[in-house]
Ligand binder design. Structure first.
Ligand code: SAM
Length: 275
């Protein structure tokens, strides 16, 4: 009998992957968690039936949600990651030569444990001397921080469950206050093909608060539509300009991809212009 993992990407579109092994299934205090081994993408983490990360394409998302801000800010010393319990974004942050400290605030410890058990290529970053791991609600965490971070990265799930408020203007305002005067905020903002409303919520909210707000794109095969967006708000520096050009040795990110990611097709320009 064949087993398939299926995500409903839209009410009328399903994405199915053939499973070779079911490794873990549990209901946590916050969400349904599953780890499966798939024939096409290797090990895959799903939360509430949605693909969070896979062995074969995680590098795209993790390199792009992290290195755009880290390479367009002259001194990204202290980084805060909200969510990101799989450890991939933390891995990219602690790998960066200019980063001294990376604090990860994840609400669901079961996600961290599942990553330690099944995704060593992501979770080894939890033991890095630059890393601090906090199990807490990121929304409450930023409310208590003032001018403390250079970069804040929101590596959240879709706006469901504990992540709904992570797409709110109030949360973005608290992030603004938690950043120092040259700070940058990056949030994953979903698919231009299927989630225009989420992009408008994120881009609209961030651009109300930050002097400079831009959207950039990357292709993540296992995410809905395969085209993913990130919204970046900056207090001072232009995030589309890579200052640190020698961030080599990555599989997706480089200085040319950095600049190209901000060159948006017309239909995406229309989404953020609300046309
Ligand atoms: N890359 C994935 C995506 O784009 O869908 C996200 C990966 S990461 C596993 C998302 C994490 O955000 C989950 O582990 C979830 O528990 C966490 N999360 C959701 N709401 C949160 C909150 N309010 N505070 C901290 N972490 C939160």
């Amino acid at each position: 009998m064949e087993l398939w993992a299926t995500e409903d990407q839209t009410p009328s579109l399903r994405f199915s992957c053939k499973i070779t092994e079911t490794l873990k299934v549990e209901q946590t205090d916050f969400q349904h968690l599953a780890v499966v081994n798939t024939e096409q993408f290797g090990k895959m983490l799903l939360l509430d039936g949605m693909v969070m990360t896979t062995e074969s394409d995680e590098f795209v998302y993790h390199e792009m949600i992290t290195n755009i801000a880290l390479n367009s800010h002259p001194s990204p010393r202290k980084v805060l990651i909200i969510g990101g319990g799989d450890g991939g974004t933390l891995r990219e942050a602690v790998r960066h030569p200019l980063v001294d400290t990376a604090v990860l605030v994840e609400i669901d410890e079961k996600v961290i444990n599942a990553s330690k058990e099944f995704f060593p290529e992501l979770s080894f970053s939890f033991n890095n001397p630059k890393a601090q791991v906090v199990v807490a609600d990121g929304i409450k965490y930023v409310q208590l921080r003032k001018k403390e971070f250079d970069i804040i990265i929101v590596d959240s799930t879709e706006p469901v469950g504990p992540a709904v408020e992570l797409f709110s203007a109030d949360f973005y305002r608290d992030c603004f206050s938690a950043l120092n005067d040259e700070g940058m905020l990056v949030v994953q903002s979903e698919s231009p093909f299927f989630n225009a409303g989420v992009i408008q919520m994120a881009f609209g909210g961030v651009s109300q608060i930050f002097a400079l707000t831009k959207l950039y794109l990357a292709s993540v095969p296992t995410y809905p539509s395969g085209l993913w967006s990130f919204t970046i708000g900056s207090k001072k520096y232009d995030p589309a300009i890579p200052l640190n050009k020698n961030q080599g040795g990555l599989k997706y990110y480089n200085a040319d991809v950095h600049q190209a990611a901000f060159k948006l097709p017309g239909f995406v320009e229309n989404i953020i212009a609300r046309k």
